[in-house]
Design a protein around this ligand. Structure first.
Ligand code: GDP
Ligand code: ZN
Length: 298
């Protein structure tokens, strides 16, 4: 019998592929005996028995991302060091996804960076305007063109260590960007599709790729499909308010301690919106998220 520590890098139903920290091998494993769902990034102890490899233990999860599922929420990844939200000059950045990830990441103490891809296209100025509120929040914004090969160095530098979850709406060039950043990753892009005329292979599986030093010292890049379903289901409404960083200081002045900054009297957040001190787009986005979480949609 031999035991090893590793990181889950692929999940197929209840089964998982674990990257061994000792040998660097990717090992298919049987599920945990208690049938708990595993997720990429999970730190586990595995053991080889007569019936093959088996996941013995799951370390405590930290820095997790969740997504809504039929019954409650389902874990998307754990031990996440940073979320890299990829958007593009065309189609322009959409705050809905960015704001949701900021709330989710904040609640789990995960770093966030935004990459604006396709800077070779027109509309860079407009994108900068849309993303202005995030600059004030201290979120790093990186501009890239995967086609022109621009701005890639800073993204490489940022993702050189630890686990980076890349997320973005389809069409922003996330696959193209990952392909140029991490040669060998070989993700299918929309262009491959155009050439072959075949339907794009849209996998519903989250995939992990390593780069640089051997894992866990090096980089792990996680490509998540299905961000469309990314939401904040199961979050407390107060957590959502807390995830809007620029509300925090103002909220200490609200009349009610648990103020959700909607129609409550004596709300300093709303006052700041009315006076123009707080970005209206962010406030609207906040109300939209609170509304969709109330409706159980996240
Ligand atoms: P994904 O859905 O986010 O993975 O996007 P893809 O990588 O499949 O790219 C979507 C489309 O955007 C493709 O037609 C790419 O050629 C194009 N694209 C990707 N990166 C760039 C870029 O830097 N500049 C321009 N102009 N187009 C890009
Ligand atoms: Zn308030």
């Amino acid at each position: 019998m031999s035991e090893m520590n590793g990181t889950v890098v692929e999940v197929h139903g209840m089964r998982a592929t674990v990257l061994s920290h000792d040998s660097g091998r990717r090992i298919r494993c049987r599920p945990l005996r208690d049938r708990r769902q595993l997720a990429v990034g999970d730190r586990v102890c595995i053991e080889e028995g007569r019936g093959g490899w088996e996941v013995l233990e799951l370390d405590e999860r930290v820095h997790s991302l969740w997504r809504p599922a039929e019954r409650g929420r389902r874990i998307m990844a754990s031990h996440v060091d940073r979320v890299v939200i990829v958007c593009a000059v065309q189609p322009g950045p959409r705050p809905g996804l960015i704001d949701r990830f900021l709330v989710a990441a904040d609640a789990e103490d995960i770093e966030v960076a935004i990459v604006v891809n396709k800077t070779d296209l027109e509309g860079v100025e407009l994108s900068r305007m849309i993303l202005e509120p995030y600059v004030s929040l201290g979120v790093e914004i990186l501009e890239t063109s995967s086609h022109a090969g621009e701005g890639l160095e800073r993204v490489s530098e940022l993702t050189k260590r630890g686990m980076s979850v890349f997320a973005g709406h389809s069409g922003v060039g996330k696959s193209s960007l990952l392909n140029v950043l991490f040669p060998g990753i070989e993700l299918k892009t929309a262009d491959v599709n155009a050439q072959t005329g075949k339907g794009r292979h849209t996998t519903s599986v989250t995939t992990c790729h390593t780069a640089g030093d051997p894992w866990p010292a090096g980089a792990m890049v996680v490509d998540t499909p299905g961000v469309r379903s990314f939401g904040l289901y199961g979050f407390e409404l107060t957590q959502i308010a807390h995830g809007f960083r620029e509300f925090r200081e103002l909220a200490t002045g609200c009349k009610f301690r648990d103020c959700l900054h909607e129609t409550e009297p004596g709300c300093c957040v709303r006052e700041a919106v009315d006076s123009g001190a707080l970005h209206l787009g962010r406030y609207d986005s906040y109300l939209g998220i609170v509304d969709s979480v109330r409706r159980g949609e996240g």
